[in-house]
Each structure stands twice: as structure tokens, then as C-alpha cells.
Design a protein around this ligand. Structure first.
Ligand SMILES: *Cc1c(COP(=O)(O)O)cnc(C)c1O
Length: 425
């Protein structure tokens, strides 16, 4: 029997072949499929290197200059860089880079500003809001009284209703942003409504923060008081959260809401990855990337619309396009499954005034952040739209047979994926 290798030397394939096998299988899935899952993105090799580095073992607690452990000077320097870069990216007065996720970033803002029982005004889930904005199955919904605004029948935020609800309920916090609202938010209008009732404002820009950094989407600052985002979606960084405020005076409250409020030690490897990704977002190449994301999302919308698919709001200002399948007799569930069988991953999603359950839905959400990171541009987005329409047309024509794969369509998908390879092996 072969001698077991040393702890610091044994590769995963030998140490744990079972897990290694699944990891390899998922790698090959990612290489051969085209991913249109809206939050999905890839990180640069540089970000992956920072995250796989030994900095992960450095134990820290607290904030740069105020830690509770020795040996932290390099981690302090990295976190300060991440903070300065985040502020520069968004024009923020203050930034906290320690939130482990987008949900925790939001939770920290609530913990800093609210007391259980307070009223929060946010967008409802089917109009594009997020679970962490006060929905009943989330802790935020359990602790706060949530009032929801939605969209007009054409899918745009109903600012008049937002204003009426604000005047009627006097929320302490007003939240804008979400996971499937495809249009630019009118931040000055939201700020003006909040000022009438003395509410604090939070913009959760998780899905389009890269566009904001590249100035391809309106800036929430100086209009919003707080901005939160995940760093792994449109920003092409590690999984994690980022909290910013316009006024540096709020910094202390947010810092203590994160630690010791809702988290313990931060993740130094993730913070290093965030620092590198924020540095990338400040480069001119990132603007080119963001423009390509937007043009791909818009091409998906216009090409699918030309094939007779209804696009929520008729287009998009974000990295994703929302398709309303009701006019084609399909559900989001069926559309997602048949596209997956052909190598295109998307996700079913509620659309405004949806009558289906969240598990079935009438909509499909398709994001362009990942295909643009792979190097795809308008011609590929338009080819993809044709592929998608071909798959969905077939599924609509033959109900119940949506898992039957058309080999020539599947071949078009894998050929496209091959032309835009991921990390070299
Ligand atoms: C993804 C997302 C979140 C949650 O982020 P996690 O990191 O998954 O917790 C919060 N808000 C919005 C708008 C999101 O899209």
C-alpha cells in the first residue's frame, strides 16, 4: 500500500476522491454550458489567487488599527486598501468590507438603524424585491413591519404609490433595489419621498453594482443614505457583501453592527479578493466590460422580443432581461428545464402580477454578467437569443416533451461555450 502523503502535500484527488470527483464534474459543466443565471459571474485569476492565498489563516477580529490579535499588519493594510477602493468606486463617505454576504450587509444596516417593530417600506418580491428586504420568511420580515410598493402594470416602479404609502405609514427605512427589477431606479425621486416623511434610505444595488462603478447606471450617491451590494455578482468578485454610506458619521454604527453585532471575525482571504476586484473595477477595462454586459442584456431583450417574446418593461437598464412567458403558454419552470437540457442555465422568476407560485412562475431571468466576463459581445448574445427562442418555441409546441433534447441546438450551445473558454487548464 502506498504511504499516505504529508498533510501539507496530499492533493485533494488523493485525500478525498469523492468530493474531488464532484468538483471536477462541475468544472466541466461550467466549461461546456452557457450560463445566464443573473447573479452568476467569474472572478479573474488574480482574485482567485488572492482568495486561495495563505492570508486565509491570519486570524483577525475588529477593524484595521483596532484588532484583538497580533500578526495582523498585512491584513490591516489589505482591508484599508479594500475600503479606500470601495469608497472611490461609488463615491461613498464610508465603507465596510467585512459583511460575509449581501443578506448580512442588509441585516447590519437594519441592526444599526432599526428596532424590532419598526416599519420598513420596500419593493414586493414579484415586482423584483429581495427576500432580505422584509419578506415574511426572512428574519427581516419577522422583526419589522414591512409595507410593500410594486410596479405599474407595465413593470416600472410605481413612485406615486411609493409616495402615498410612505405618507400613510411613515417608514423608518425605505429600501430600493432588488433581484429582478430591470430598470434604472429614480434615486432623486426616492430621496425626495423619504425626506417628506423623515425616512432613511437604502439602495441594495447587488445586481448592477458593476454598472454603477463603471458609470453605466445612475449613481445612488449622493441621493441615498446607505448602499449595500454583494461583491460576487456584477462586480466579478468573491462571494460577500459591501456596505457604504454617504455620511462618514454613520460609519461607527455600521462597523459595530457588523462586529460585534452580527458577525465575529472577518474573512481575510475574501477581503483580499474584494480589494483586488475593486481595484479591477477602477480600471478603464472594467468600463468596457460593463458596457458589454449592458449591450448583451439589451441584445437578448431586443432579439427575443423580435421572436415574439414579451420582455418585462420592454427592455433593460441592468445586466439582466426579464421574459414574461404568459403570452407563449409556458411557465418559468418548464422554460428553465428545457433550456438547461440544451446547456443554457437560467432561472425561473416571478414577473409583475404573476399568478403562478414562486416554484413555477411565469417568467425567466437571464443575466449577461457571466457571458460578458467570458468575452462574449452582441453577436453572441444575439445568437444565444435565437437558440433560446428555438428551444422555447419547441417546448411551447410540444407540451410535456420539454426534456427531449434537440441535438443540433445543444451542439450550437457547446460550440459557443468552446469558443469562449474559461480559465486555461
Ligand atoms: C443576491 C442578493 C442579496 C443576497 O446576497 P447573498 O450574498 O446571497 O446573501 C441581497 N440583495 C439583493 C438585491 C440580491 O440580489
Amino acid at each position: 500500500m502506498k504511504a499516505k502523503r504529508w498533510f501539507f502535500e496530499e492533493p485533494l484527488a488523493e485525500a478525498d476522491p469523492e468530493v474531488a470527483r464532484y468538483i471536477l464534474a462541475d468544472e466541466s459543466r461550467q466549461r461546456s454550458q452557457v450560463e445566464l443565471i443573473a447573479p452568476k459571474n467569474y472572478m479573474s485569476k488574480a482574485v482567485r489567487e488572492a482568495m486561495g492565498s495563505m492570508v486565509v489563516f491570519t486570524t483577525v477580529e475588529g477593524y484595521p488599527g483596532k484588532r484583538y490579535h497580533a500578526g495582523v499588519e498585512n491584513v490591516d493594510a489589505i482591508e484599508r486598501l479594500a475600503i479606500e477602493r470601495a469608497k472611490a468606486m461609488f463615491g461613498a463617505g464610508y465603507a465596510n468590507v467585512q459583511a460575509h454576504s449581501g443578506s448580512q450587509a442588509n441585516q447590519a444596516v437594519y441592526f444599526a438603524l432599526l428596532t424590532p417593530g419598526d416599519t420598513v417600506l420596500s419593493m414586493d418580491l414579484s415586482s423584483g424585491g429581495h427576500l432580505s428586504h422584509g419578506f415574511k420568511s426572512n428574519l427581516s420580515g419577522r422583526w419589522f413591519k414591512t409595507i410593500s410598493y410594486g410596479t405599474t402594470p407595465d413593470g416600472f416602479i410605481d413612485y406615486d404609490a411609493m409616495e402615498q404609502l410612505a405618507r400613510q405609514h411613515h417608514p423608518k427605512l425605505m429600501i430600493v433595489g432588488g433581484s429582478s427589477y430591470p430598470r434604472a431606479i429614480d434615486f432623486p425621486r426616492v430621496s425626495e419621498i423619504a425626506a417628506q416623511v423623515g425616512a432613511v434610505t437604502l439602495a441594495d444595488v447587488s445586481h448592477f453594482s458593476g454598472l454603477i462603478a463603471a458609470k453605466e447606471y445612475p449613481s445612488p450617491f449622493p441621493h441615498m443614505d446607505f448602499v449595500t451590494t454583494t461583491t460576487n455578482k456584477n462586480l466579478r468578485g468573491p462571494r460577500g457583501g459591501l456596505i457604504m454610506s454617504r455620511d462618514p458619521a454613520f460609519g461607527k454604527k455600521i462597523d459595530s453592527a457588523i462586529f460585534p453585532g452580527i458577525q465575529g471575525g472577518p474573512l481575510p482571504d475574501v477581503i483580499a479578493g474584494k480589494a483586488v476586484c475593486f481595484g479591477e473595477a477602477l480600471q478603464p477595462e472594467f468600463t468596457e466590460y460593463a458596457r458589454r454586459v449592458l449591450s448583451c442584456a439589451r441584445t437578448l431583450a431586443s432579439s427575443l422580443s423580435a421572436r415574439g417574446y414579451r420582455i418585462v418593461t420592454g427592455g433593460t437598464d441592468t445586466p439582466f432581461t426579464m421574459v414574461d412567458l404568459r403570452t407563449r403558454g409556458l411557465t418559468g419552470d418548464v422554460a428553465q428545464k428545457t433550456l438547461e437540457a440544451h446547456g443554457v442555465t437560467t432561472n425561473r422568476n416571478l414577473v409583475p402580477q404573476d399568478k403562478e407560485s414562486p416554484n413555477v412562475t411565469s417568467g425567466l431571468r437571464m443575466g449577461a454578467s457571466a457571458i460578458a466576463a467570458r468575452g462574449m459581445a452582441e453577436p453572441e448574445a444575439s445568437e444565444l437569443a435565437e437558440i433560446i427562442a428555438d428551444v422555447l418555441d419547441r417546448a411551447a409546441a410540444k407540451p410535456g416533451q420539454e426534456l427531449e433534447v434537440n441535438a443540433s441546438i445543444a451542439q450550437r450551445v457547446s460550440a459557443l461555450a468552446e469558443r469562449f473558454p474559461l480559465y486555461p487548464t
